[in-house]
Ligand binder design. Structure first.
Ligand SMILES: Nc1ncnc2c1ncn2[C@@H]1O[C@H](COP(=O)(O)OP(=O)(O)O)[C@@H](O)[C@H]1O
Ligand SMILES: [Mg+2]
Length: 220
């Protein structure tokens, strides 16, 4: 089983949006998937409960129960576990990072987000974990050119000591609308740019985690 912790110490960066989309992408790809929501705000749980179709198993737990949930998921033959985390406290984020095979650090292209990600990256490295920085809510290109704040963010993030994902997510209404129905952007708008960027991000992550050795036999 591969465990992905989605973290950012800033509220609103996009942890829940990304956790839901990645969990649904894994589920729709045929992996037996659990989404552990350790944020007391329970936004990921609210979103998944709005879902009418079958989906990932939801574990609404506090950070202290994560170890137990992981053992249970291993025992039950899960392939993938996504952890949606709160911005704080430190100890809860550290528990998620410690459990993870890959930590996804979500970052908007702003000075304050980047400063915060630099600190999170340090924590991930200190705990000896693999990490991937994902730029989220990037404004659209203008006349084919990357906005200056996105260019600068990518440059600054290169100094965080963790790789920056080759695909970031743009600010798109589809992310807001689909989550309200507990659906991924791929279900909401198949073949849309949003759906393509999530698919590319997931395949990059799956390759990084070596989640390709034999597709799960579990039916979706
Ligand atoms: N790529 C995106 N495009 C548009 N809106 C987004 C995107 N990512 C997140 N949002 C919106 O930003 C807000 C915060 O996102 P959320 O996932 O709840 O962040 P967090 O869990 O880090 O607090 C939500 O209203 C969400 O719909
Ligand atoms: Mg959240």
């Amino acid at each position: 089983m591969k465990i992905v912790a989605v973290i950012s110490r800033k509220g609103g960066a996009g942890k829940t949006t990304l956790s839901i989309n990645l969990a649904l992408t894994a589920h729709l790809a045929g992996w037996k998937t659990m989404l552990a929501d350790i944020d007391p705000q329970r936004s990921a749980s609210d979103a998944l409960r709005a879902r009418t179709a079958a989906g990932p198993t939801l574990a609404e737990i506090n950070a202290g129960k994560l170890f137990q949930a992981r053992s249970q998921a291993l025992h039950d033959g899960y392939d993938v576990m996504l952890i949606d985390t709160p911005a704080a406290p430190d100890a809860d984020v550290a528990v998620a990072v410690n459990s993870a095979d890959l930590c996804v650090l979500v970052c908007r292209p702003t000075f304050l987000d980047i400063a915060s990600v630099a600190r999170s990256a340090e924590m991930v490295r200190r705990l000896g974990k693999a990490g991937l920085i994902v730029l989220n809510q990037a404004p659209a290109k203008r006349a084919g050119l990357e906005p200056v704040n996105v260019q600068k963010a990518v440059e600054a993030l290169r100094f965080c000591g963790l790789p920056v994902a080759p695909v970031g997510l743009r600010a798109r209404v589809a992310y807001q609308q689909s989550v309200a129905h507990g659906r991924s952007v791929a279900e909401w708008e198949p073949a849309s740019p949003a759906s393509q960027e999530i698919a590319r991000l997931w395949s990059h992550m799956a390759a990084q985690m070596a989640l390709d050795g034999g597709r799960s036999a579990h039916a979706v």
